[in-house]
Design a protein. Structure first.
Length: 525
């Protein structure tokens, strides 16, 4: 696995002035440490101090390992995202960067950054707005989930008022670019449509109906001025209704909403390269931080071409609709027609849904015998069904990757998949379905076409015949899953991992997938 241990400041005594000897002793300790066996891969542990007794020169290894030192710190670590942290806490633990960013913004808004020792270390003493803003903007993949966490805690309005308009505009641009909500950068509204929206008083919440009004945002958030409300609304929409947030209707109504606020169009999506994020996201001036390397790897180059047909997946006529054909830019008349039907949208008329209790990142992994289903994400990216970090604007498949995985899983594994622990995980990750919305869903005939094409590519890449071979070699790979707000990690046994899967490239890290709203990582141990 890829958990990393960093010691940024160490003090030694009893080793004499030999600096090299001290460095070698610490390197030996770190080489033996396995923090990934103590924490979920996405977790971040920050400790005030750790003390160990090193053996004399030539005495071998210490009696207690660094893991033994970390274990009680982890067990007694306070959780800032879950409640009050005592002043004497020796360690704090965040499930992931989402919790870390939300707690950072909340602490800044409350004016308590200086009194919480871990922020002084994480931000290297820079406890100002610039440091908070930089921390958020360097982690664009966690921003949407961090806003959703703040919204669930009822803190969004307070945080955005404290962070200000410049922060709100920059974060909104980062969100639109990172999640590839390219419809928000569509051409300006037709003059007739823009003129139909009466501007509101500057600095007040716009009166026009917002496309996110039924997504469960708090009244305090909806009452924010447009510039401050926009990043939170966009983030929650991308989390709870991603298909809606990427639709032309959403972009049109958002523009009308901005026009009613007396503002210009929503800030354009600035080009943001998620690969520019550092592998260790914070510098720690105390003792150590346990984090993870998020450096993405290249996409697999799956072989294409025909393979032996398998009767388990329907054979379709040669003439089939293209699921990935780019949508044409709508005319002004078409835009006007879309705006006219927005009011009849069931989502706009629906009452805000009851929010489910958010699931905390589990300390223990979820074991599943079909963790190999996640390898299909690499096949889908190679087929350009969606974009990834290297090509975020590729693909236009109108369903989210998790719904697609569920559908492909049923076609390759049958109804037995519904009894597998991975099934509810895939279903829960379909944000549209979870919020009572029917996502754009291709008919079964088109999904069968996708399955047939997928089967042909997998058979060619793995050197197997038919669905049974794909299922045995690729999909039925047992593994452990950790699911957090913005990341999914899957761990597999390296000794039993098929060479054919490794050679095909299907087991490479997919990395950040905008359409999925998750960073997907594979680990082998």
């Amino acid at each position: 696995m890829t958990a990393a241990l960093r010691i940024l400041r160490a003090r030694t005594s009893g080793l004499g002035p030999d600096r090299l000897r001290s460095q070698l002793a610490l390197q030996r300790l770190m080489a033996d440490a396995e923090p990934d066996r103590l924490l979920p891969p996405s977790a971040i542990l920050v400790a005030r101090r750790a003390r160990m007794i090193l053996p004399p020169r030539g005495a071998g290894r210490p009696a207690a390992s660094l893991d033994d030192t970390l274990r009680p710190l982890i067990a007694g670590a306070a959780r800032p995202a879950r409640g009050f942290v005592p002043a004497g806490a020796e360690a704090v633990l965040f499930d992931d960067e989402v919790e870390l960013l939300a707690c950072l913004a909340s602490a800044f808004a409350a004016g308590v950054l200086a009194s919480q020792w871990w922020w002084t270390g994480l931000l290297r003493g820079r406890l100002d707005l610039s440091a908070v803003s930089t921390a958020w903007l360097e982690r664009p993949q966690a921003i949407a989930a961090a806003f959703e966490l703040l919204e669930r805690r009822g803190e969004t309005a307070r945080v955005l008022r404290a962070l200000g308009e410049t922060f709100a505009r920059e974060v909104a641009q980062s969100l639109a670019a990172t999640h590839e909500a390219r419809t928000l950068a569509s051409p300006p509204l037709a003059p007739a449509l823009a003129a139909s929206s009466a501007p509101a008083v500057a600095g007040q919440a716009p009166s026009a109906s917002a496309p996110w009004a039924a997504l469960g945002l708090t009244a305090e958030t909806l009452s924010l001025p447009a510039v401050l409300q926009w990043p939170a609304a966009l983030a929650v929409s991308l989390r709870r209704a991603p298909s809606l947030a990427r639709s032309p209707a959403f972009a049109i109504q958002a523009k009308l909403w901005w026009a009613a606020a007396g503002e210009a169009d929503p800030p354009p999506a600035a080009p943001v390269d998620p690969r520019s994020s550092p592998s260790i996201r914070f510098d720690l001036a105390e003792d150590y931080v346990v984090a993870n390397d998020l450096a993405p790897k290249a996409r697999p180059d799956l072989a294409s071409g025909p393979s032996t047909a398998d009767r388990a997946i329907h054979t379709l006529p040669a003439s089939e609709p293209d699921l990935n054909a780019p949508a044409a830019t709508p005319s002004d008349a078409a835009l006007a027609a879309m705006v006219a039907v927005i009011a009849t949208n069931p989502l706009a008329a629906a009452a805000p849904p009851a929010l489910a209790t958010p699931r905390a990142a589990p300390d223990a992994p979820l074991a599943t015998p079909r963790a190999g289903l996640l390898f299909l994400l690499n096949a889908a990216l190679a087929m350009d069904l969606w974009g990834d970090f290297s090509a975020p604007q590729a693909g236009t498949l109108p369903i989210d990757p998790w719904t697609w995985l569920s559908e492909m899983g049923l076609r390759f594994c049958g109804d037995d998949l519904k009894a597998d622990p991975i099934w509810p995980v895939l279903r829960d990750l379909g944000a549209d379905v979870a919020f009572g919305m029917a996502p754009p869903h291709p008919p079964a005939r088109l999904l069968n076409a996708q399955a047939r094409l997928l089967r042909a590519r997998l058979c060619a890449a793995l050197g197997v015949r038919g669905v049974r071979g794909v299922r045995r070699l690729l999909l039925q790979r047992p593994g452990d899953l950790w699911v957090s707000a913005a990341r999914i990690d899957a761990a597999f046994d390296l000794a039993s991992h098929p060479v054919a899967v490794r050679a095909s490239g299907l087991d490479r890290d997919p990395g950040w997938i905008p359409a999925a709203g998750r960073d997907v990582r594979f680990h082998f141990r």
